[in-house]
Design a protein around this ligand. Structure first.
Ligand SMILES: [Zn+2]
Length: 342
């Protein structure tokens, strides 16, 4: 060893001497190339800012997180959508320049969609068979939510079939561990996110810390055993946070980056100071009638369309957070190195 090191050092010295012979401007050259690199960074940053301005990028803008439940032909509650309504919901998103991302991608700031497009998060609660039913070849049954989403995505290139499924012990109506594993593994293998919706769908408000831990931790363990997935986001049953909101974020068997509520506004961008990962609002999907005149999806999508300065628009580069300079005070400090004001 000792000999090897000595030999190595000798070699380095020899190389230094050789290159030292007639190349005195080495340091100057180095400084030059450093200055070049700095100029290049500046130029590319300026070019990026120009490109961001051209598409009116607004990565501190708001993101609609849509909340779906069942997709069934004969709705029995206002939470249900018919297959036809669900298809129309998706087609409207296509038309208005939205691209789906998962809840996990949103909360971790990995929003990788083309320039000028808007992210949307599609979430499905309660793991019902109307969302996913598979035949024995693993093909989704016609008119389930997943089948419709895949079909709309296939017909509209660029519309990613991304979504988040918040599961309870109902597990898409499957009772044996093998069948449950088939459902979860299918979702995992098709890049869908599996999230936590607690084991028994109890109202967490008012439960002891111990009970909250058990409700969230036991389903996390079950999902992990069946599919090796560790959920990183949760949707809270009835949108209710436990007495301390952090109880839903960290526990013995789980660690979440985001907890989603049930109502009733678009969500803040994860890069914004106004973003609270422990209480992210979602929007119920429904037409503008009754209670939904103002605070459900049809009304909010109208509003976002009419208020583009409030809506999240991507600059197409997931490594930057681009926004009009005027919004700078809202940038979260942890994203300062990503910032691209224009
Ligand atoms: Zn639910």
């Amino acid at each position: 060893m000792r000999l090897g090191i000595m030999g190595g050092l000798g070699l380095i010295a020899a190389v230094a001497m050789v290159s030292g012979c007639d190349s005195p401007p080495d340091t100057a050259r180095l400084a030059d190339s450093k200055a070049d690199a700095a100029t290049k960074v500046k130029v590319s940053k300026a070019a990026k800012a120009k490109a961001a301005a051209a598409v009116k990028a607004n990565e501190l803008g708001q993101i609609p997180v849509l909340m779906f439940h069942r997709v069934i032909p004969k709705p029995t509650t206002t939470d249900d959508r018919t297959p036809k309504q669900f298809r129309a919901d998706l087609e409207r998103l296509v038309k208005e320049g939205y691209v789906p991302i998962t809840a996990a991608e949103m909360v971790s700031g990995k929003i990788d969609i083309p320039a000028g497009k808007h992210p949307v998060v599609l979430t499905f609660d309660d793991s019902s068979p109307s969302q996913l039913t598979l035949n024995q070849m693993g093909v989704p049954q016609k008119d389930t939510a997943v089948e419709i989403l895949l079909d709309v995505a296939a017909k509209n290139p660029g519309f990613r079939p991304a979504a988040t499924f918040y599961v309870t012990r109902d597990m898409f109506g499957k009772s044996t561990p093998e069948e449950q594993a088939q459902m979860l593994l299918w979702l995992k293998n098709h890049n869908f996110e599996i999230g936590n919706h607690t084991r028994d769908h109890l109202n967490l408000r008012g439960l002891s810390h111990e009970k909250v831990e058990e409700q969230i931790g036991s389903i996390a363990k079950q999902v992990g055993t069946l599919s090796s997935v560790k959920p990183t986001t949760i949707s809270l049953p009835y949108g209710n946070q436990p007495r301390k909101k952090q109880w839903a974020m960290r526990g013995k068997h789980f660690k979440h980056q985001g907890a989603f509520l049930a109502g009733y506004t678009p969500a803040q961008a994860p890069f914004s100071k106004s973003f609270d990962p422990a209480g992210i609002p979602r929007i119920k999907v429904m037409e503008k009638k009754g209670d939904c005149k103002q605070f459900c999806s049809h009304a909010w999508l109208d509003w976002l369309k009419n208020n583009p300065d409030m809506r999240y628009t991507s600059d197409g580069d997931p490594r930057t957070v681009a926004y009009p300079k005027y919004k700078a005070p809202y940038l979260r400090k942890s994203f300062l190195t990503w910032s691209l004001p224009y």
